[in-house]
Design a protein around this ligand. Structure first.
Ligand code: NAD
Length: 451
C-alpha cells in the first residue's frame, strides 16, 4: 500500500518505518525541513533503540521516503496517517491546531488532484484518512468535516490510536498487545485490518469499534497507567510518614494477582509527552461535558506534588539553603531509553535548584542535546556519570538508566565533596548505601545515615 505519515516525530517515524518494513511504500512528511534533511542524510533525529538501522534498511530498499512536499505526498497515498503533536495548551486542553492544519491541507490536495479519488494514481478506492494522534473524543468527526469542507472527493475516516512506548517503540509496534481501529465504515476497517494483519500473527487482537470509543480507549489507557503511578507515589508518601518501606509494601501488595506489579514503582511522578497532557485533556473533557473527573484531578495533583516533595527533601537536608551548593544530576530524559525531555521531572528539579542559587552538573547517556535546548549554558554537561559528581555536595538521580544501577560506589563517594544522594528512582538497597557511608534519601523508604 502507498502510505503517507503526516508528522515524522516519535510516532510517525516509528510507525512509518515499521509499516515500510512490511513491504509498504511509505512517505514520512514533516514541516520541519531540518528534520527531513537530517533523515535524508541518514541521521535519525530521535534516540530510539534499533530505529536508525531499520530506517537505513528501508530507505535502501526504496520503501521509505522523507519529504516536506505535502501535495504529492497527500495525492499519492492510499492511506494517510495523521501523527502530528497534540500538546496541552495553557488551559490544559489538547491543542489540535496542527491536526486541523493537516486536515485542511489534505482536503485541498485531494481537491486539486486530477483523479476521482483525490490521488494521482488510477486507484479507484477512496483514500482513508487515519487519525493516529491522540485527540479528545469527538475530534475525529470535526477532523472529517475539516477535510470535507475543502474537497468534494470521497474519502473514508478512521481512528487508530497508538500505544507504543518510547524506548521500546519498535517492539511495541511490531508486537502490539492490541490494535484499536475506530471506523464507522466497514471498508475502512477492512482495509486497515489488512494493513495490520502482519503485526498480529501471534494472535493479538485487532479490535474494531466505533470511532468515539477508539478515541476514548487511548485516554482511558493512559489515565489508568498515570493513576497507578500516582497511587503508588501516594502510598510511598504514607510509608515515609509512618516509617514503612515501599519496597516491602510493593512486594506484599503486588503478589496479589488482582493488583499485579506493572507501573507500580514509586518515583518522581510521570512525565513525557503523553501521560501529563492526556490526564489534563481528560479533565478538560469532563469540564466540557459536565462529567466531573475528580479521580483524574487527584492523579494530576499527586503527580505535581511528587516533584515538590522531592525538592523539599533536598532543601530539608541542606537546612533550606541551597545557594552555592553544587549538585550532580544523573539522568535527564523523562524515562530511560529515550532522549525525550518533554515534562521530564529533571527539568522541574533543576529549575528549582537554579532558582535557589545552586549549580548543576548533569549527565544523561542520550538526552544532553535536548537538555541543552532547555537550559543552554545555565548548567554544565558531562560525558560520563563520574565527572558530573566531581566535588558535588549531593548526587540527584532523576532517570533510572541501566548504567546508574551498579556504579562503583567507592568511586562515587570519593569523587563527591559530601556523600549525599537523593535517589528519585530507588536504585539502591538501603543497607548498601549505609555500608558505603552515604546519607541516602529515596522515595517511600526511610532515609539512611552512614554507619
Ligand atoms: P512529535 O512532536 O514528536 O512529532 C510531531 C511531528 O509533527 C513534528 O515533527 C512536527 O514537525 C510535525 N508536524 C506538525 N505540524 C505538521 C504539519 N502540518 N504537517 C506535517 N508535519 C507536521 O509528536 P509525537 O510524540 O510523535 O506524538 C504525536 C501524537 O501521537 C500525539 O498526539 C501524541 O499524543 C501521540 N502519541 C505519542 C506517543 C509517544 O510516545 N510520543 C505514543 C502514543 C501516542
Amino acid at each position: 500500500m502507498s502510505i503517507t505519515m503526516v508528522g515524522t516525530g516519535y510516532v510517525g517515524l516509528v510507525t512509518g518505518t515499521c509499516l515500510a518494513s512490511m513491504g509498504n511504500d511509505v512517505t514520512c512528511l514533516d514541516i520541519d525541513k531540518e528534520k527531513v534533511q537530517k533523515l535524508r542524510e541518514g541521521h535519525c533525529p530521535i534516540y530510539e533503540p534499533g530505529l536508525p538501522a531499520l530506517i537505513r534498511e528501508n530507505v535502501q530498499a526504496g520503501r521509505l521516503h522523507f519529504s516536506t512536499d505535502r501535495v504529492p505526498a497527500y495525492q499519492g497515498a492510499e492511506l494517510i496517517f495523521i501523527c502530528v503533536g497534540t500538546p496541552s495548551d495553557e488551559r490544559g486542553e489538547a491543542d489540535l491546531t496542527a491536526v486541523y492544519q493537516c486536515a485542511k491541507e489534505i482536503g485541498q490536495a485531494m481537491e486539486e488532484a486530477p483523479g476521482p479519488t483525490g490521488g494521482t494514481t488510477d486507484d479507484t478506492r477512496p483514500k482513508i484518512i487515519v487519525v493516529k494522534s491522540t485527540v479528545p473524543v469527538g475530534s475525529n468527526v470535526k477532523i472529517r468535516q475539516a477535510i470535507a469542507s475543502e474537497t468534494s472527493k470521497p474519502f473514508l475516516s478512521a481512528s487508530n490510536p497508538e500505544f507504543l512506548k518510547e524506548g521500546s517503540a519498535l517492539n511495541d509496534f511490531n508486537k502490539p498487545d492490541r490494535i484499536i481501529l475506530g471506523a464507522d465504515e466497514p471498508e475502512a476497517a477492512e482495509r486497515l485490518r489488512d494493513l495490520y494483519e502482519p503485526f498480529v500473527r501471534q494472535g493479538n487482537p485487532i479490535l474494531v469499534m466505533d470511532i468515539r470509543s477508539a478515541e476514548m480507549v487511548k485516554y482511558a489507557s493512559n489515565t489508568m497507567l498515570a493513576t497507578k503511578i500516582s497511587f503508588v507515589n501516594e502510598i510511598a508518601s504514607l510509608c515515609e510518614a509512618y516509617g514503612a518501606d515501599i519496597d516491602e509494601v510493593r512486594r506484599g501488595m503486588c503478589s496479589d494477582q488482582r493488583i499485579g506489579n506493572q507501573f507500580l514503582y514509586p518515583g518522581l511522578g510521570y512525565g513525557g509527552s503523553c501521560f501529563p497532557k492526556d490526564v489534563l485533556a481528560c479533565m478538560s473533557m469532563g469540564r466540557h461535558s459536565q462529567s466531573p473527573t475528580p479521580l483524574m484531578e487527584s492523579v494530576h495533583e499527586v503527580n505535581v506534588a511528587q516533584r515538590d516533595r522531592f525538592v523539599r527533601k533536598i532543601e530539608g537536608h541542606f537546612s533550606e539553603s541551597l545557594s552555592g551548593k553544587r549538585f550532580g544530576v544523573w539522568g535527564l530524559a523523562f524515562k530511560p531509553g529515550t532522549d525525550d525531555m518533554r515534562e521530564a521531572p529533571s527539568v522541574t528539579i533543576i529549575e528549582y535548584l537554579l532558582k535557589k542559587g545552586a549549580t548543576v552538573d548533569a549527565y544523561d547517556p542520550v538526552a544532553t542535546d535536548n537538555t541543552r535546548q532547555i537550559f543552554g549554558d545555565r548548567i554544565s554537561y558531562h560525558t560520563n556519570d563520574m565527572d558530573a559528581i566531581e566535588g558535588a555536595d549531593a548526587l540527584i538521580i532523576c532517570t533510572e538508566w541501566r548504567e546508574f544501577r551498579h556504579p562503583d560506589l567507592t568511586e562515587v563517594r570519593s569523587r563527591m565533596a559530601q556523600p549525599v544522594v537523593f535517589d528519585g528512582r530507588n536504585l539502591f538497597r538501603l543497607d548498601l548505601m549505609r555500608r558505603h557511608g552515604f546519607v541516602y534519601h529515596s522515595i517511600g523508604r526511610p532515609s539512611v545515615q552512614p554507619d
